[in-house]
Design a protein around this ligand. Structure first.
Ligand SMILES: [Zn+2]
Length: 550
């Protein structure tokens, strides 16, 4: 009897679990959003949501946090946490192991050259003559959720990708996008694309470019509120910040008109919060220009706010400039959401917001408050490895390249000299591990034969692409970065400061609530696929987050 009861209970639980898991996949949602807007904030740590919360308005971050669903413990599940891999992983639902974007720039061993994640010599710039237009998603090996939506809707559902950075626009939008637009600064100050997407800029884009909107942002950057009220950052003047060429101190105000000539013309806008404002302006123009969210086929608008990353790299996590950038981004986000209410209608669209990676506090600052941190001279380290290998094997050219914490071997010389591949891996790995500030190493052999399920080895394996990655991977101590100056910050590691990023869902089909259950960056694309009732992008390895969906 008891056994029967248990069985019945077990079966009921199982059924409930199955229902909860599968409901979004099997039921046809007749009320799918007319528009999905994916927002990536470049270099946004999770704690920026809580750190600046009190100063946010009601219609920006707070609206998504309080009326939508807040995944408070969302992490990147691979190393390296860079911009290209980050954008690719958010939208493909998988990691560099599968989608192949192993870094922003990597060594292509088959072509024997360094390649950039979005560069493409086979396409032409559109809207400019500049090489900045020779970009496409061709190095991305799998599909994005926006690609899957295009297939599902017989290409009727549109995709438009927008970001100041080419990779922030191109990788999210995917292969089948109607358009991806990125910002060309320099002397041009306009939005451009490539022949991967079209032959000629549409009228609304050329109109936007001729409207001289970019010029309107070449103005003074001062704090939004009285600087004395900025309590969530260090002093305005300190030794941990970079700053702009042509200005002695990294202190407010910044006269952009005056500084532009020494800081690559219109490109200076990218390094200020006005770059995000310009991105929001252009995104709203795209909703109108492309009639997004107007019919029953779901459209995709992918927006990546890049200025947060430029400001972070330049001024660091704890700067007044960063605090101001997030208070202003909050206003731009509010403008985007209220614009969508007016243009698409509240309840007709779904937004998710996340980041492509976090950032470490400026290591020099951490050191000043007694937290272990530091800098490593990568050229010294490279020279040491090369010398050691040369001495050990009596051959100079065994190492082809050391880039992105990966050592690439010269396979031809290895074969010629009959040197065992695995032996060289072990020698290099052991040598690296003896170096100061190197805390872990992994060999190709380990990553190809092991199956790691937790911790750092798991993160390394998920970032290791068997075909494209190197032969030995090395990891630095926590908060150790390579930089020539001790100002500003960076990212790329598997530590929490780089992996823990916001994940907010809001709008059509989304529950109100939050969780501290751990979620992964690769869960976003499967969750959006389930919301839309479409297949997952072909390489997706993440899971649907059932608690997010109604
Ligand atoms: Zn980034």
């Amino acid at each position: 009897m008891l056994k029967k009861l248990f069985t019945a209970l077990f079966l009921t639980t199982l059924t409930i679990q199955c229902k909860a898991q599968q409901a979004p996949l099997t039921t046809v949602n007749t009320d799918v959003p007319k528009l999905v807007v994916g927002v990536v904030v470049d270099q946004m740590r999770y704690d920026y949501l809580t750190r600046f919360y009190d100063r946010f308005g009601d219609e920006g971050f707070k609206r998504m946090m309080n009326e939508g669903f807040n995944c408070k413990n969302n992490h990147f599940n691979y190393i390296p946490t860079y911009t290209g891999p980050g954008h690719a992983s958010v939208y493909t639902g998988t990691t560099p192991q599968i989608h192949g974007v192993i870094s922003n720039t990597w060594y292509d061993k088959f072509k024997d050259e360094e390649v950039y994640c979005a560069s493409d010599n086979n396409v032409n710039p559109i809207g400019t003559e500049d090489r900045a237009g020779k970009m496409s998603p061709h190095r991305l090996k799998t599909m994005t959720v926006a690609d899957q939506n295009r297939l599902h809707t017989q290409m009727r559902g549109k995709t438009i990708g927008i970001s100041l950075k080419d990779r922030g626009a191109i990788l999210p939008a995917g292969h089948t996008a109607n358009a991806a637009y990125w910002f060309l600064g320099k002397n041009e100050g306009k939005w451009i694309t490539s022949s991967h997407y079209m032959k000629k800029l549409p009228k609304w884009v050329s109109n936007f470019n001729t409207s001289k909107k970019a010029d309107s942002y070449l103005k003074e950057w001062n704090t939004l509120y009285d600087i004395k009220t900025y309590k969530e950052s260090g002093t305005d003047s300190n030794t941990f910040e970079g700053g702009f060429e042509g200005k002695e101190t990294a202190t407010f105000p910044y006269d952009l008109k005056k500084l532009k000539d020494k800081n690559k013309g219109y490109s200076i806008i990218k390094s200020t919060p006005y770059g995000n404002s310009l991105t929001a302006d252009f995104a709203l123009a795209a909703v109108d220009g492309e009639d997004l969210g107007k019919d029953t086929d779901t459209d995709f608008l992918t927006v990546s706010f890049s200025s947060t990353d430029y400001v972070g790299h330049n001024f660091g996590v704890n700067s007044k400039e960063l605090e101001d950038t997030y208070l202003r981004l909050d206003q731009d986000l509010a403008r985007l959401l209220t614009g969508l209410d007016a243009k698409v209608g509240k309840g007709n669209y779904t937004v998710f917001l996340t980041a492509d990676h976090g950032a470490v506090h400026v290591p020099a600052y951490l050191k000043s408050v007694k937290i272990p941190a530091g800098y490593i001279n990568i050229d010294d380290l490279k020279a040491k490895v090369n010398n050691y290998v040369k001495e050990t094997f009596g051959e100079e050219k065994l190492i082809k390249k050391i880039l992105n914490n990966q050592v690439f071997f010269n396979y031809e010389i290895l074969a010629e000299k009959k040197i065992d591949h695995e032996k060289l891996q072990n020698v290099v790995s052991h040598f690296l591990l003896q170096q100061e500030k190197v805390s872990y190493t992994f060999t190709r052999e380990q990553l190809e034969t092991g199956n790691y399920t937790i911790g750092l080895p798991y993160l390394i394996q998920k970032g290791f692409n068997q075909k494209r990655s190197g032969d030995v991977i090395f990891v630095f101590d926590p908060a150790v970065i390579y930089s020539f100056y001790e100002t500003g910050t960076t990212h790329g590691s598997g530590m929490n400061y780089d992996t823990h990023v916001p994940l907010l869902f809001y709008g059509n089909g989304i529950k109100k609530g939050g969780t501290v259950t751990k979620t992964k960056i690769t869960d976003i694309a499967p969750t959006i696929s389930a919301l839309l009732g479409i297949s997952f992008p072909n390489g997706a390895t993440g899971d649907v987050l059932p608690f997010v969906l109604k």
